[in-house]
Every structure is written in structure tokens, then in C-alpha cells.
Design a protein. Structure first.
Length: 164
């Protein structure tokens, strides 16, 4: 293989990554102290709850496939509230669409611009979380019932298939 392959022994290297990076001529910025990379607390708790459903060791990929690979893509409620209750461009939109709003007024006798003058304020985060929790419980229980009914139908179909 000539000079395109270099065989190196890493048996005596104290830090294999540093040795490899130096061997390929790459510069790696490493922190002075080691840092433990870990997910956010909510993800750690979800993974722990998931793992308790199995009697043996569970690899992270099982959670990733069954639930989600990471919480990184899930927005925080505070961010959603800020974005959803941002009325900073409302006046501009109303000005740009004045003709359309005039048509609404003529056609329906209703002027939506009146509501825009006093937009709703951001909801209180704790009350919103509590209400979302109520909704999620209901959705989860409904889905659990629907899944159970589907499992029962599948089991009946499998029994009928075996009998035929």
C-alpha cells in the first residue's frame, strides 16, 4: 500500500483520539477538562421510564426507534407562546390588507380590525402547562383505548386465519 497506509499501534497511547488526530495532521480543540455530554433532564427521565419496561439491558437505539431520537427538535413551550402571541407585525398587515378588511366590513358587517386593536396577552405559563397536561392525558387515554381495540381486532383476525 506504500505511503497511503500507515499501521499504528494504539496499545500504549494514553489518548487514542489525540494520537490519531496528530497522525492525520488535524488540529482538534479539546477542553482542558473532560465534559460529560448528556441530554436534557426530561429526555433522561423519559429514557429511564422507557427502560424500566424491559427485564434486560436496553440500548439507546431502542428508545430512539420507539419514541424519538432526541428532544432537540421539540420546541419549548415558552418559545411557542412567544411566537404564537407575537402581534408586533399586526399593524403592518392591517395596513397592507386594508382593502380586504374593507371588503369584510362591507360583506359581513364585521370589522376584524377592531379585535386587532387589543390582541390577547401571552397566557400564564403554569396555567397553560396544567391545561396542556389535561389535554395530553385525555389524548393518551383515548389512544390507549384505540390501540387496545386494534390489538383485539388483530388477535381475532389471526385466530380466524388459523381456523381457516
Amino acid at each position: 500500500m506504500g505511503d497511503i497506509l500507515e499501521v499504528r499501534s494504539y496499545d500504549k497511547a494514553s489518548d487514542i483520539v489525540t494520537d490519531f488526530v496528530e497522525a492525520i495532521g488535524f488540529e482538534l480543540n479539546t477542553p482542558e477538562q473532560r465534559v460529560l455530554e448528556r441530554g436534557e433532564d426530561a429526555e433522561i427521565v423519559m429514557r429511564a421510564l422507557f427502560n424500566t419496561r424491559f427485564s434486560k439491558h436496553v440500548l439507546p437505539a431502542a428508545f430512539d426507534r420507539a419514541v424519538l431520537p432526541t428532544l432537540d427538535g421539540i420546541p419549548k413551550l415558552e418559545e411557542v407562546i412567544t411566537a404564537s402571541f407575537d402581534y408586533s407585525e399586526t399593524d403592518l398587515i392591517i395596513r397592507e390588507q386594508a382593502a380586504l378588511f374593507d371588503q369584510y366590513m362591507d360583506a359581513f358587517g364585521f370589522d376584524p380590525r377592531a379585535i386587532a386593536k387589543s390582541p390577547p396577552s401571552e397566557p400564564e405559563i403554569t396555567a397553560l402547562r396544567n391545561r396542556l397536561f389535561d389535554v395530553l392525558l385525555e389524548v393518551t387515554l383515548d389512544q390507549a383505548q384505540r390501540i387496545r381495540r386494534l390489538e383485539q381486532r388483530i388477535n381475532r383476525l389471526e385466530v380466524e386465519k388459523v381456523e381457516v
